[in-house]
Design a protein around this ligand. Structure first.
Ligand code: 5AD
Length: 316
């Protein structure tokens, strides 16, 4: 699909042919399997001022940083519960402690699970080091493909730098994940089409597409939330453009509507991520407002498998 076709599809009165095609491609390449990933949000310390994010440097939130032992312990619990991928996510800081991340990655690798890192724009050297330590995948959403909008939302970054880091990630042999938000203030359907085409240009192996949720205490507090329907449409087009990619149903979609989250699994999505962050930290990692029930790694995983079974999918 080219830009005009994508714009036309996203705005179509009846989108069902695209949903059907996305579902067909998803079944063809992924069967009825949904990959479940455990995410450890190991630090909410962040030096960047991204205007949509509830953890940005100007937000008055209590900061935490899990110790290396805590991260390892949490990862081992998640692996013991059956998770085959551990996602290590944090805010973005200069001089990220890659030595800790490297040791944690080596441990996870030794236990036979895959590692996804999501800690912002690391240097090429840092990315090389983590790859050597066993990291398999890197998640760095481009957030928006509109340069001007990117600049407004990210006072300390540029789209060019973001894309250069994504290109490094890809060139180093990581399974590469990007993605964007749907419904950002100032975003148009043209931007969304560019976002989708950019995923293809980057050569994404994974793409997280989620609705924007207005976060209190940020410059975008009070703005309108993203539309779940438009989010599902964007996921479906991503499946059509990148038939073999891993496309998660984002947590933010589930926050807006549990029913929409379920539906996204028949619109092309084949991955779900679940927080395994220890209870004492989970409420401090609030990118956007959400009620996070107490975390019980084994039970939560079993609950997801059950929910997936209800919609004819097998969580692994
Ligand atoms: N609403 C929805 N998603 C958000 N993210 C950050 N802030 C928000 C928000 N207010 C997403 C970004 C980021 C990921 C960790 O969370 O896409 O990459």
């Amino acid at each position: 699909m080219d830009k005009q076709e994508i714009i036309k599809a996203l705005s179509a009165e009846d989108f069902s042919p695209y949903y059907e095609e996305a579902d067909r491609l998803c079944r063809l390449h992924k069967g009825n399997i949904i990959d479940m990933r455990a995410i450890i949000e190991f630090s909410n310390v962040c030096a960047r001022g991204c205007t949509y994010c509830g953890l940005n440097v100007n937000c008055n939130v209590e900061r935490y940083q899990m110790s290396e032992e805590e991260i390892k312990e949490t990862a081992l619990k998640a692996i013991a519960a059956g998770y085959k991928t551990i996602v290590l996510q944090s805010g973005e800081v200069p001089n990220t402690n890659v030595l800790t991340l490297g040791r944690v990655s080596a441990l996870i690798k030794a236990k036979g699970a895959a590692i996804t890192i999501s800690c912002g724009e690391l240097s090429r050297e840092e990315l090389v080091y983590l790859k050597e330590q066993g990291a398999d995948r890197y998640l760095l959403k481009h957030e928006t493909a509109d340069e001007e909008l990117y600049r407004r939302l990210h006072p300390d970054g540029t789209l060019t730098n973001r894309l250069n880091t994504l290109r490094d990630i890809k060139a180093l042999g990581y399974e590469t994940g990007s993605g964007f938000m749907v419904g950002l203030p100032g975003q148009t359907v043209e931007t969304l089409a560019e976002d989708l085409l950019l995923l293809k240009e980057i050569g994404c192996d994974m793409a997280g597409i989620g609705p924007f949720i207005a976060s209190p205490n940020t410059p975008l507090a009070g703005e309108k939330n993203g539309d779940p329907e438009m989010t599902k449409r964007a996921v479906a087009i991503a499946r059509i453009l990148l038939p073999k990619a891993n496309l998660p149903v984002t947590t933010s979609l589930g926050v807006l509507s549990d029913a929409e989250r379920r539906k996204a699994f028949s619109c092309g999505a084949n991955v779900i991520m679940k927080k395994v962050t220890p209870d004492e930290y989970k409420d401090k990692y609030k990118i956007y407002p959400a009620d996070i029930p107490p975390i019980n790694i084994e039970k939560d995983r079993a609950d997801i498998i059950k929910m997936l079974a209800e919609i004819g999918k097998k969580g692994v």
